[in-house]
Design a protein around this ligand. Structure first.
Ligand SMILES: [Zn+2]
Length: 386
């Protein structure tokens, strides 16, 4: 829900901008951008390793936006009409010519109008913290999922300013929630029966029943089907698979609402490995042992694998049709009548593991700063806590 009304947003904006001095016109900004005169501050929304690339993109994006606004008068259809008129004149087709001349007159009028507005646009002075691009151009963060406007921070720097939806939520600080990087995330599940099932994904589709107790879940648009484990607002930024924020949101949702472990992965497959005590489970590359035969492999990584395989045994593998793994106590599967394939003869079967009963801590590292899949073994870890 919005925290501020439209009126309150405008009032707050006014106070924030009141003492800011006008710096450049749009035209000056375009020229300075072309001459590479600005520094950029993206408030931690982009990792250091990718920052240079990102800034190139941002620069292009802003220039494209500003140029689109100021070169509208070069519309090609106008030029086409002039060409047509010349052809008509040369061929002496009066009737066609008259028609085109009328159209051309209309176009001329609208061109005059656009030229005026272009002039106004190009000569418009931008203040400190004002957004540069009026209209659709914005910056999107793949870590926190926030959308922001490009802004002039001071006479040397281009940065970000809050989007309108942020302002309505009374968020005026543009610093990224994950400015220090994307770290591994931990949560808990309980395993009361000691039987833990690992799958690619739980098939939680059920026919939709009006007045069903489970309605706090995702319901298909046609209201014929629901997915009992999925969040009701599955398309919201809170559960967006493309952002770090969304992936954390999903892990918290599945574990706290349904006692299910969830880890977002990439393409391919995973291997499931346990120690002798069966109180620590590691999700890793499906073919760790095979990697040992790779003579050109990274020595440090191979030593790590060797050491790991002395302590851990592979107990199963899962191919990831959906880019994720999920796991839950057998009671969750049975209570919700979720189909699983744990018989020996099933092709592409799920993995049933007898483990110690109790509370388990799950740590997901894949796609974070804590896991480089070419150097680190542990993609996710499940360990008995009590
Ligand atoms: Zn961010």
């Amino acid at each position: 829900m919005d925290k501020l009304t439209v009126k309150e947003v405008h009032a707050k904006e006014e106070t924030l901008l009141a003492n800011k001095k006008p710096l450049y016109t749009h035209r000056e900004i375009m020229n300075l951008l072309k001459e590479d005169k600005f520094k950029f501050n993206l408030f931690g929304h982009v990792d250091k390793s990718y920052e240079k690339e990102a800034i190139k993109g941002v620069k292009k994006d802003i220039l494209r936006h500003l140029e689109f606004n100021s070169t509208y008068h070069n519309s090609t259809y106008h030029l086409n009409y002039i060409k047509e008129l010349e052809i008509a004149k040369a061929n002496g087709k009066d009737c066609v010519r008259n028609n085109i001349e009328t159209k051309l007159g209309d176009i001329d009028k609208s061109i005059q109008y656009h030229k005026e507005s272009i002039k106004i646009f190009e000569e418009m002075k931008i203040r400190e913290t004002d957004s540069i691009c009026i209209g659709s151009s914005e910056f999107y963060c793949f870590k926190c999922g926030e959308r922001m406007m490009y802004a002039l921070l001071d006479e040397n720097t281009i940065g970000l300013s809050p989007s309108y939806s942020m302002k309505k939520m009374d968020i005026w600080d543009c610093t990224c929630k994950f400015k220090d990087g994307e770290k591994q995330h931990s949560y808990h599940i309980t395993v009361p029966t000691g039987k833990l099932v690992f799958v690619n994904f739980f098939d939680d589709r059920k026919p939709y029943i009006e007045n069903d107790k489970n309605r706090d879940c995702y319901i298909n648009k046609d209201k014929k089907e629901m997915k009992i484990f999925e969040p009701k607002e599955k398309w919201s930024e809170e559960f967006n698979l493309n952002t770090h924020l969304g992936r954390i949101g999903l892990m918290n949702h599945y574990s706290s609402k349904h006692n299910i472990a969830f880890g977002q992965m990439g393409d391919g497959g995973i291997g499931i490995y346990t120690n002798k005590n069966r109180d620590r489970i590691v999700i890793s590359c499906a073919y760790l042992a095979n990697r040992l035969t790779d003579k050109d492999g990274d020595k440090q990584y191979l030593t790590k694998i060797e050491k790991f395989l002395k302590e851990y045994r592979k107990v199963g593998q899962i191919s990831l049709e959906m880019w994720r793994w999920m796991a839950a106590d057998m009671s969750v599967v049975e209570k919700n009548k979720i189909p699983v394939k744990i018989n020996k003869n099933d092709y592409n079967k799920d993995v049933l593991l007898k483990v110690k009963k109790g509370k388990w801590k799950v740590t997901h590292k894949y796609r974070t700063d804590d896991c480089n899949e070419d150097k680190d073994i542990e993609y996710s870890v499940l360990e008995l806590e009590e």
